[in-house]
Design a protein around this ligand. Structure first.
Ligand code: AMP
Length: 366
C-alpha cells in the first residue's frame, strides 16, 4: 500500500443523491444503509465476506479483501465519503482510502480504539475514570502488573477482543501464567475487576460543525458476555445520567470525532462511573433508537458523515431492545403482534450459537 497521505480531502456537505461508502457488511452496515436510503443517499458496501447482510440492501457492493488496493481504489472512485461499521478495519486500509476520499470518522481514531491500552491511556489522559490498568506486553510483565492491580483482575488482549473474547478472570488461586496462555499469550492489559452495580452506555453523535447530540443513557444486560437486553431510561440518578453524557461528549470532542460513537461504562454502587470501552461506530446498545426515538443512531451517523445537521432526538417513551441470538431468531413470530414491538431481522442465512441474528424493539407508552 502507498504511504499515508499527509492530509485527507476535506469532507463536503453531501447532496441527497450522493453515494456513501461503508467498510464492513454486517448488520450495522445494513442498518446504516437503510437509514441512508431513507434520506435519499445510495450506499456502496465494501466487505470481504460474500454473505454480508448489508449486501442485500445497497446500490453497489465490492466483495474483496481489505488489502486489495485495486478494489479499494475503484471503491474510492465510486463514493463521495467513506465510513465504517466495523472498527477492526486494518488501519492501512483506512489510510489508503483517506489519501483519495474523505474517511469519517478520521482513521487516526482507529489506532486508539483498536488497542485497549492506547484507549484506556487516552481516556485516563482526559481525566475520566477507568478501572485501574497495567500494560502486560509479555508474560514476564504479568507478575509486577498483578502486584499493582491485585486480584481479582481481568486479563484482556490489547487487540481484537469483543463479546468477552480474548479476556479471562484471574481469581484468588488461579495461575496467572495459565490465564496468560488462555488468552493466547499476546500483548495484554490487566484491569482491576470492577464490582459494578450496572452497565450503561452512551451513544453520542458529533457533526462536522462540532455539535454533539447524545441519546439517553442506556442500561445494558449481558448474557454469556453478549448484549441481551438494553433498557432506556437507565435506572441511574440524574447526576450520573448527566455525567455519563458529559463523558461521551468530552471523548467525542477530544477525538474531533465525526459520526456516532458508543462509550460503555460501569456504574458503581456509589454512583461513580468508570469508562470500560469506546466503540468508534454505531453500536448494538443503540438499536433501541430505531423505533424508540425521533431520529436513530444510524440516521445520526449518516447525517454526520454527510455534513448534515444532527437531528434532535426526542424519545417516544420507555424502550427496550432484546437481541435475538443464535436459535432465538426462531422466536421472532411471537413478537409480531405484541403491542409496541418491532421486529428487525438481519437476513443471515446461517444460524450459529452466539451469532446476532436480529433484535426486537419495544416501546412502552407508560
Ligand atoms: P469488554 O470486552 O471490555 O467490553 O468486556 C465485556 C464484558 O466483560 C463487560 O461488558 C463486562 O460485563 C465484563 N468486564 C469487562 N471488564 C471488566 C472489569 N474490569 N471488571 C468487571 N467486569 C468486566
Amino acid at each position: 500500500m502507498s504511504p499515508a497521505a499527509a492530509t485527507m480531502p476535506a469532507p463536503a456537505v453531501l447532496k441527497a443523491d450522493a453515494t456513501i461508502g461503508i467498510l464492513g457488511g454486517g448488520q450495522l452496515g445494513r442498518m446504516l444503509a437503510l437509514a441512508a436510503a431513507r434520506l435519499g443517499f445510495r450506499c456502496h458496501v465494501f466487505s470481504p465476506s460474500p454473505d454480508s447482510p448489508a449486501f442485500d440492501v445497497v446500490h453497489r457492493v465490492t466483495c474483496a479483501d481489505y488489502t486489495d488496493t485495486e478494489a479499494l481504489d475503484r471503491f474510492a472512485g465510486d463514493v463521495d465519503v467513506v465510513t465504517y461499521e466495523f472498527e477492526n478495519v486494518p488501519a492501512e486500509t483506512a489510510t489508503f482510502l483517506a489519501a483519495r476520499i474523505p474517511v469519517l470518522p478520521d482513521p487516526k481514531i482507529l489506532a486508539t480504539t483498536q488497542d485497549r491500552l492506547a484507549e484506556k491511556t487516552f481516556v485516563a489522559g482526559l481525566g475520566i475514570a477507568t478501572a485501574a490498568f497495567a500494560d502486560v506486553g509479555e508474560a514476564a510483565a504479568l507478575k509486577s502488573a498483578m502486584g499493582r492491580i491485585g486480584r481479582p483482575a481481568v486479563l484482556k488482549t490489547r487487540r481484537f477482543g469483543y463479546d468477552g473474547k480474548g479476556q479471562a478472570l484471574i481469581k484468588n488461586g488461579s495461575d496467572p501464567q495459565a490465564v496468560w496462555r488462555e488468552v493466547g499469550g499476546q500483548p495484554c492489559i490487566l484491569e482491576a475487576f470492577v464490582p459494578f452495580e450496572r452497565e450503561v452506555s452512551v451513544i453520542a453523535a458529533r457533526g462536522h460543525d462540532g455539535a454533539v447530540e447524545c441519546f439517553d443513557v442506556t442500561e445494558n444486560e449481558h448474557r454469556d458476555h453478549i448484549l441481551k437486553i438494553s433498557r432506556v431510561p437507565a435506572a441511574i440518578s440524574q447526576a450520573a445520567e448527566r455525567q455519563a453524557r458529559e463523558i461521551a461528549q468530552t471523548i467525542a470532542q477530544a477525538f474531533g470525532y465525526v459520526g456516532v460513537l458508543a462509550v460503555e461504562m460501569f456504574v458503581l454502587r456509589d454512583g461513580r462511573l468508570l469508562v470500560n470501552e469506546i466503540a468508534p461506530r454505531v453500536h448494538n446498545s443503540g438499536h433501541w433508537t430505531l423505533d424508540g426515538v425521533s431520529v436513530s443512531q444510524f440516521e445520526q451517523h449518516i447525517r454526520a458523515v454527510a455534513g448534515w445537521p444532527l437531528g434532535k432526538p426526542i424519545r417516544h417513551g420507555r424502550v427496550e431492545m432484546i437481541n435475538l441470538i443464535g436459535n432465538e431468531v426462531e422466536d421472532y413470530r411471537r413478537w409480531l403482534d405484541v403491542p409496541g414491538a418491532a421486529v428487525h431481522l438481519y437476513g443471515k442465512a446461517a444460524v450459529r450459537p452466539g451469532r446476532k441474528m436480529g433484535h426486537i424493539t419495544r416501546v412502552f407508552a407508560d
